[in-house]
Design a protein around this ligand. Structure first.
Ligand code: NAP
Length: 306
């Protein structure tokens, strides 16, 4: 007879490990299926200053290790296994992984989302050192400095509005001549004295001399290239939610996120989505951990037949 867990948690980021912590403390048998190591996107963040309880900030890798250790203190298990496919409709639910097959009465999908990259040379090497993907996380490093924001959607507009209050100057670089962002963002951005627009432009190079010094942009019509010196660049060109495993099973919105509200419940009974992979207004560590706790509350109700 195959072993059946109460909960299969797919992904070991902050949402996944909070679900594991709450499950273990509720006496549920849970396993976190994680491909590499704890933390997800959080583990790549050098300094987290907006997660309460760490007055001097904390690096994401350390916070991830602490979350894992805390969950395991109460008996949560981790399997280092890559999930290859999920059957979310069967009973029990099935995860085929690189380390074998796992069965669960419920599944918590905590696979996260990754920022889209520009795809220019040196982008990975300079990430965290001049190149950033989250203004709410890293904007404070640029107090009184000049930063560029790339993109023209709601994220880029919201990031530029946030950064204009912190930085001396914001260079907004967009490949069209108009923003795609919601209209409410347009006026405050156009009226901000320290926001400079570079329309019809794409970033072709990240400039550096040992450290990041600026971006080279190209006019998409004339081909003319211009160097823009700046202290940092925020790449705000969207995110890619990791929903391949749920394709054809869970309802997704137009951006590819799993449609799930505050209860974290999805269109399938016994399947929950937590953290960055679900539809939500703010994708942060603090909202992911809240989802993990809520999901376990819902799982308990589900298992009790509620
Ligand atoms: P998005 O709407 O997909 O916009 C991405 C932007 O980046 C577009 O302007 C796109 O240009 C540009 N872009 C994409 N790839 C690029 C590349 N390689 N080089 C240069 N530019 C590139 O993504 P998002 O702004 O992250 O928003 C995602 C979803 O979250 C949306 O549904 C949005 O409404 C929602 N959101 C809402 C809020 C809010 O305050 N309500 C805040 C943030 C996000 P094109 O215009 O040419 O395609």
């Amino acid at each position: 007879m195959n072993h059946i867990y109460d909960m299969l948690i797919v992904g070991g980021g902050p949402g996944g490990y909070t679900a594991a912590l709450y499950a273990a403390r509720a006496g549920l048998e849970a396993v976190v299926l994680e491909k590499l190591s704890a933390g997800g996107q959080m583990a790549l963040t050098e300094q987290i200053d907006n997660y309460p309880g760490f007055e001097d900030g904390v690096d994401g890798f350390t916070l991830a290790e602490k979350m894992q250790a805390q969950a395991e203190r109460f008996g949560a298990k981790t399997e280092l296994a890559e999930v290859l496919s999920l059957d979310l409709r069967s009973d029990p639910k099935i995860a085929e992984t690189s380390e074998g097959t796992f069965y669960g009465k419920t599944v918590v999908l905590a696979t996260g989302a990754t920022p889209r990259e520009l795809g220019v040379p040196m982008e990975r090497e300079l990430a965290g050192h001049g190149v950033h993907y989250c203004a709410a996380c890293d904007g404070m490093f640029y107090k009184g400095k000049t930063v560029a924001v790339v993109g023209g959607g709601d994220t880029a507009a919201a990031d530029a509005l946030l950064l204009r209050r912190v930085a001396k100057k914001v260079l907004l670089i967009h490949r069209r001549d108009t923003l795609r962002a919601t209209k409410i963002y347009h006026e405050p951005l156009m009226q901000a004295e320290n926001v400079e627009f570079h329309w019809n432009s794409v970033v072709t190079q990240l400039l550096h001399d040992g450290k990041f010094t600026g971006v080279r942009i190209r006019d998409v019509f004339t081909g003319k290239e211009t160097d823009l010196p700046c202290d940092g660049v925020f790449v705000s060109v969207g995110r890619r939610p990791a929903t391949e495993l749920a394709a054809g099973q869970l309802n997704l919105n137009e951006g590819g996120y799993v449609i799930a509200g505050e209860s974290t419940g999805t269109n399938l009974p016994g399947v929950y989505a937590v953290g960055d992979v679900r539809t939500k207004p703010l994708r942060q560590v603090v909202t992911a951990v809240a989802d993990g706790a809520v999901a376990v509350h819902e799982v308990q109700r589900y298992l009790a037949g509620g």
